[in-house]
Design a protein around this ligand. Structure first.
Ligand code: DGJ
Length: 719
């Protein structure tokens, strides 16, 4: 240890000496966050060059010769830059090039072991500046980078490209894991080796923008990483709108990572004195494989990016799959009774509770935008029905989709000009609905009013599911000036965050689930306003296993809502066991279930509350056997004190994985293994059931697994 310290002091001095001797170097400095380091050099030409981005233990010396422009940390378009630019601006005089010179940097301690460095850059010929923010979370080797652009030119500067960051990685080879998909197939993993050239992953959807790809990825450096081994840089953009990730591998095998809002059709005219802020890209670095990269995201999120991380997520009974829009007070009361009998803690009333007369929300073609309770279905209003739930000791929550409108609605009749659309084009509907234009102040006020008038007079509503069921296909605003139509993509999302922020601040006791027609909006831009998210409308456990697996790479289990439904008509046990690995809920008609099914669900709820929920909420995830590689999927959560763990096993196909090697346990501790959630009268087939093993045994030989047939599943508790 002491030797290591001396070696690093020696390397550091050698570096500084070389820097002092090197006429090309004006300054060297580095920003370090745990195991991750970003090192810089200010050249004699005043430009900011990046020397290294990666392992903090590696000392990077400045090159003997002046670095090439490819090494510029934040390359602006024009004047000698020939790589993908991070920033492209046209100045007021028409000059299409920008030059950025280092003017200084400062580091501030933000407390709680978080620091922030701001590097200031300026164009020597124009009053045009860029400040690069680097926030460090050394506990988890995480770094968050974004920037602000400002100017004082006499007019508007147009920004065409605005990456959040564009660091360069220098490894022998790169493997990219992306999380793509579509409706009902969200967050599907796909891994490939990057070759020379530019590979772009993006979203052009604007709103519900992550329907086909989440704004997160993992890169394995030098060799493919697995769960426990390998060097990994994971990244997640804190942005709910369209995004673009460009992976540019050059001749020297350097990889420039350009990440940020999608510039497509989004040029931004920045006024004199104005500031343009990019969303942050959040990196996590791990030398212990993808599993540790995920756990770093989870720990960070629990501390910095999700609401009430210490609070248990309630067991929900949701009525969407059970009733769709077809319910009334009596039906709801029957469902409340079922919720009470099974031990569910909160009833979430989904879509269909609003709209009247010709616009009654009896299907998805009508009523969206008219947020008055249906007098037909809820004649005594929301307050009455919420109280009926409470009478049965079940909390009450409600579904909202504030951003949307059906043409078949009172709101649309009054304000057809409020929607996002393009003039002289036939409207293109998505799920029979249009998007309200959140850049328009009246719409901002209206959407707030929807939330406020639903929740304020009804304090018994303690949960909201915030949905969003279509994306942008005709980007145009009746509010924005013709020259500023391209601001729509960006301004919409900042207005959305203001709305979400106000909701979270003014209703701090209302829990919230983020949803967008499944998981069309899941990112750390929106998550700070929510407690959990809805990963998919695919609740067939077979599909859900992979979907939840995908999201687990970035989001802690406490945020992944997982409900038992009848979708896929699988065995109820499999549906339950899959839901038990997330924020557990039920979405089936309990009033129509058999007594045996109700009892089975009640047992699961009891088990979840007593033994599993603490591990789902606060445990550390270990992905054990991948459903992408084996007929079995297995994962576990281990308590932070390593006293308890829960292990899940799901057979997605026929075939046996004989041993499941566990992770994260204390090698020296003894663990008693017990299979739980067995059907009444069934006997565990696990040889380990009822026996005790050391953590070392479970993490080397593993657990013998008797499952071998598709749809079999098991949950084991270790104490
Ligand atoms: C899409 C969501 O993903 C579903 O769970 C449900 O809330 C419907 N919208 C309601 O319209």
């Amino acid at each position: 240890m002491k030797n290591l310290f001396l070696i690093s002091i020696f390397l550091c001095c050698a570096c500084l000496m070389r820097a002092a001797d090197n006429p090309n170097v004006k300054k060297l400095f580095a920003v370090t966050s745990g195991e991750l380091k970003l090192s810089f050099m200010v050249g004699s030409d005043n430009r900011l060059y990046q020397l290294g981005f990666g392992d903090a233990a590696v000392e990077v010396a400045p090159p003997a010769k002046m670095p090439s422009r490819e090494s510029e940390f934040f390359p602006p378009y024009g004047n000698g830059v020939i790589t993908e630019p991070a920033l492209q601006a046209t100045h007021v005089d028409g000059n299409t090039s920008t030059e950025l010179h280092y003017t200084g940097h400062r580091t501030e301690d933000l407390g709680d072991n978080v620091s922030q460095t701001v590097i200031s850059l300026k164009d020597p010929a124009y009053p045009f500046t860029v400040d690069i923010y680097i926030k460090c979370y050394p506990d988890n080797s995480m770094m968050e980078i974004w920037n602000t652009v400002s100017h004082n030119e006499k007019g508007k500067v147009t920004l065409y490209r605005f990456a959040s960051a564009s660091p360069v990685l220098k490894a022998k080879a790169y493997w990219l894991t992306q999380f793509m998909g579509n409706y009902k197939r969200e967050a599907t993993l796909s891994e490939e080796r990057l070759t020379e050239g530019v590979k772009v992953l993006d979203s052009k959807l604007g709103v519900r923008a992550h329907q086909m790809r989440i704004p997160s990825f993992m890169l394995s450096l030098n060799a493919p990483a697995d769960e426990n081994k390998g060097e990994v840089l994971a990244a997640s953009l804190r942005w709910s709108g369209s995004f673009q990730f460009a992976f540019d591998v050059d001749w020297n095998k350097n990889l420039r990572l350009i990440t940020g809002m999608n510039p497509l059709g989004s040029q931004y005219h920045l006024e004199r004195g104005g500031t343009f802020t990019t969303p942050a890209i959040l990196y996590a670095y791990s030398k212990q494989g993808k599993g540790e990269a995920s756990r770093r995201y989870h720990r960070w999120a629990m501390k910095h990016a999700i609401r009430d991380a210490q609070k248990d997520r309630p067991v929900l009974l949701n009525n969407w799959e059970a009733t769709h829009c077809d319910f009334d007070e009596e039906r709801l009361k029957e469902l409340f009774n079922g919720a009470r009998q099974t031990g569910a803690e909160l009833f979430l009333l989904d879509d269909g509770w609003f709209g009247n007369g010709a616009y009654s929300r009896d299907d998805d073609k009508h009523g969206l935008g008219d947020w008055e309770p249906s007098t037909k279905k809820l004649p005594r209003g929301l307050s009455y029905i919420a109280k009926e739930a409470l009478k049965r000791k079940v909390g009450f929550g409600i579904w909202l989709e504030p951003e949307m409108v059906n043409p078949q609605s009172e709101l649309y009749r009054k304000h057809p000009e409020w929607i996002i659309t393009q003039p002289k084009r036939d409207p293109i509907l998505g799920r029979h609905q249009e998007i309200l234009d959140l850049t328009r102040p009246e719409v901002q006020a209206y959407e707030w009013e929807i939330i406020d008038k639903t929740l304020r007079p009804n304090p018994d509503i303690t949960y909201v599911k915030w949905d969003c069921n279509r994306y942008v296909t005709q980007p145009g605003s009746g509010y924005l000036q013709p020259a500023e139509q391209s601001h729509l993509w960006i301004d919409y999302n900042w207005a959305l965050y203001r709305l979400m922020d106000r909701f979270a601040k003014e209703f701090p006791n209302v829990m919230a689930m983020l949803c967008a027609g499944g998981s069309g909006r899941v990112d750390y831009g929106a998550m700070p306003y929510f407690h959990s998210f809805w990963p998919s409308d695919n609740t067939d456990p077979l599909g859900r296993i992979k979907i939840q697996w995908g999201f687990s790479h970035f989001f802690p289990a406490s945020t992944i809502s997982a409900h038992v439904t009848r979708m896929g008509k699988r065995h109820l046990k499999l549906a339950i066991d899959v839901a038990l690995s997330g924020a557990f809920g039920v979405d089936l008609a309990l009033d129509k279930a058999t007594p045996e099914e109700r009892a089975q669900i009640a047992d699961a709820v009891k088990l979840y509350k007593e033994s599993i929920r603490p591990l789902v909420m606060q445990g550390e995830l270990y992905r054990l056997v991948s459903p992408y590689e084996h007929p079995l999927a297995s994962l576990s959560y281990v308590s932070t004190d390593k006293q308890h763990a829960v292990v899940y096993l799901y057979q997605t196909k026929d075939g046996n994985v004989p041993q499941v090697v566990l992770g994260g346990l204390d090698a020296g501790k003894k663990y008693r293994v017990e299979e739980v959630g067995l059907p009444k009268g069934a006997v565990s087939r696990f040889p380990a059931h009822g026996k005790t093993f050391t953590g070392a045994e479970l993490m080397s030989a593993g657990l013998a697994n008797p499952l071998d047939t598709q749809f079999e599943s098991a949950v084991l508790i270790l104490k």
